[in-house]
Design a binder for this molecule. Structure first.
Ligand code: ATP
Length: 312
């Protein structure tokens, strides 16, 4: 099975407002609350395409219980480590013709005892997994190299790791002896890693960028390019995955859906071409739905057939 990690899950609350009024009351009728955090978006998409998975991370309090109930309702298997603090909420206000204002709680601070307990819990879950996805930023209290430690645990059990994070945590993972199998930096994250400007429209330059020694030992680098698809390095091969023009409803979570597609393709032992096509399709299908980390599986084959892969 695929193990998905969401260390800092959240109840994602969406408030659609016609107009956001400041310093007064805003009333809202159509509130939507979903089990969120990037890893849970990944989980939902994997589940919607009928792949076995278990979602894990830290969970706590009444909000945590609510979140677990949502996962049960959706039929998503989970095995979180309970902690003595409330799971967070994240609020997104959609207002004034496409504007989005977000209020994101930092979430609980993890104690050193819980950090150690989770690694033990994680080790047991790894025994049943063949592929692991790690997504998002870490909760407060964990050391910068916590994902790196998790990757080492996975490596010791021959579990492949797909890592979608940024900043110091990503850098730490790339500097460690045991590397993730795949990373999925966007333009900004790539520029941060290389310490220079990156032009995502210049594929020849991207090809150079991805050969920087900082990426040595990482099999797959997938640079997602929004409506332009993705530029991909797999070992010594380079590809551009091109996608058709589509009607975008809500692009939030498309990166997570892309990671879900990569996880399923790699887990199923597909060819490079089909792994990339699966990932582009799940990314596109997410943008076509109002809900975050959500796809319509009935559209999968149609859009899969429209993705083209060029060697670069
Ligand atoms: P996120 O902010 O969700 O983490 P990201 O920057 O990692 O996103 P994007 O490059 O925006 O990811 O999108 C991931 C994938 O989703 C793209 O490779 C593509 O398949 C699809 N996608 C995103 N935006 C669009 C769009 N406007 N039109 C078509 N497909 C899109």
């Amino acid at each position: 099975m695929i193990l998905t990690v969401t260390l800092n899950p959240s109840i994602d609350v969406s408030y659609p407002l016609e107009h956001l009024k400041i310093d007064t009351v805003n009333r809202v009728k159509n509130v939507r609350k979903t089990a969120g955090g990037k890893g849970l978006n990944v989980s939902r998409v994997i589940h919607m395409l009928d792949h076995d998975l278990t979602a894990t991370g830290f969970i706590g309090g009444y909000f945590g219980k609510w979140l677990e109930n949502q996962l049960d309702r959706d039929g998503i298997a989970h095995d979180f480590l309970p902690i003595d603090a409330e799971t967070r909420s994240s609020i997104a206000m959609l207002h004034d013709d496409g504007k989005q204002t977000e209020i994101l709680e930092a979430g609980p601070t993890i104690t050193p005892e819980d950090a150690q307990k989770f690694l033990d819990h994680f080790d047991k879950l790894l025994d049943q997994a063949d592929l692991l996805t790690i997504s998002g930023s870490m909760p407060q209290g964990l050391p910068e190299d916590y994902y790196t430690q998790m990757i080492a645990h996975a490596g010791a059990k021959n579990v492949k790791v797909l890592l979608d994070t940024s900043g110091a945590t990503l850098k730490s993972a790339l500097e460690a002896p045991v590397k993730p199998l795949l990373i999925k930096p966007n333009e900004e994250e790539l520029a941060g890693l290389l310490n220079r400007k990156v032009d995502k429209t210049d594929y020849a330059a991207l090809k150079q960028d991805l050969q920087d020694p900082i990426f040595d030992g990482v099999d797959w680098i997938v640079v997602s390019l929004g409506s332009a698809g993705a530029f991909v390095k797999h070992q010594d091969k380079f590809y551009h995955a091109a996608i058709p023009k589509i009607q975008v409803v809500n692009p939030v979570g498309s990166g997570d859906s892309t990671l879900a597609g990569l996880a399923m393709g790699i887990h199923d032992g597909k060819s490079d071409e089909d792994i990339m096509k699966t990932a582009m399709t799940t990314g596109m299908l997410n943008t076509m739905e109002a809900e975050t980390g959500f796809i319509n599986p009935a559209k999968f084959d149609t859009y899969f057939a429209k993705v083209t892969i060029e060697n670069y």
